[in-house]
Design a protein around this ligand. Sequence first.
Ligand code: ATP
Ligand code: MG
Length: 341
Amino acid sequence: MVDATFKPRVFSGIQPSGNLHLGNYLGALKRFVDTQNEAEFETVYCMVDLHAITVWQDPAQLAHNTRALAAGFIAAGIDPAKSILINQSQVPEHAQLAWIFNCVARMGWMGRMTQWKDKAGKNAEAASLGLLAYPSLMAADILIYHATHVPVGEDQKQHIELTRDIAAKFNHDYGVDFFPLAEPVIEGAATRVMSLRDGTKKMSKSDPSDASRINMTDDADTIAKKIRKAKTDPDPLPDSYEGLADRPEARNLVNIYAALAEMTPEAVVADHAGQQFGQFKPALADLAVDKLAPITTEMSRLMADPAEIDRILAKGALQAREITTPILKRTYEIVGLVASV
Ligand code: ATP
Ligand code: MG
């Protein structure tokens, strides 16, 4: 449990490493909006550009993606008057605390992370040092706000556990009770949306195949085509959700439907029992277009005025620093770093 002395505060982020996709929306962004609208939490949401550069990003494309991601957040319902909306690199305390955490966390902890193994692949020697240290920066992102809750997709659970380990080791090493043990919030029917081409791989921005994901910028025809071509099996939908246990692609489409329609997957299966995918896929495509088109339209409207997006992010950075500056100052004091921040 999070110590009651910490104010309930939510932090989460998305990398501007490509196009926002349906997995990001259902697993993260939609959940951010729900949390923002719950009165008990203060909410801080972030474009994590410093995480994005752990793998190569074209500079002009990165700057574009960061603004497009901010537009996506706002279009999906993040209200800069209710949430603090920031770009990570504009709040330098994230990176400053990350360095201290690099000195708290152990090499072995980093090497065991699934994301590191997946992204570094067989050629770990050639991966950036930043990619290995990624979870330490992520811990700093969360803990520089003393955040207590972190809504994420299933794939990030391990990194939140590591964040707790870093907080606990810092508190123990320095004999303080300064950083909270933040809790992951992994909820809903689509905490792990899978690739449309391979039901064993998660949908990702960095997947080279565009057909593997539905981008939030895709038009209605593209969405319908990608769903029509999504990998499935020849069987009809079963009459209970358990019947999908060994059918990852079919289960994925049912979970997506459930999350979009705000139904349980069990209810979706009950409604569509016995249907072939030739019937179910067009229903899913209609639903997806219905839910995503207004967001896509609003995103492109916002992108027509990048200066306004920059203004929102600059204001968010000022608000954020009111929280992060005193927390970093106190951290420096605890560690014995004589520095004015
Ligand atoms: P990359 O491939 O560059 O890592 P990504 O698609 O994994 O990009 P991230 O920016 O790393 O996206 O993750 C942002 C948030 O979206 C995280 O909370 C993550 O758990 C969530 N998320 C990412 N992919 C999925 C998915 N397929 N299903 C559900 N949630 C997801
Ligand atoms: Mg990722």
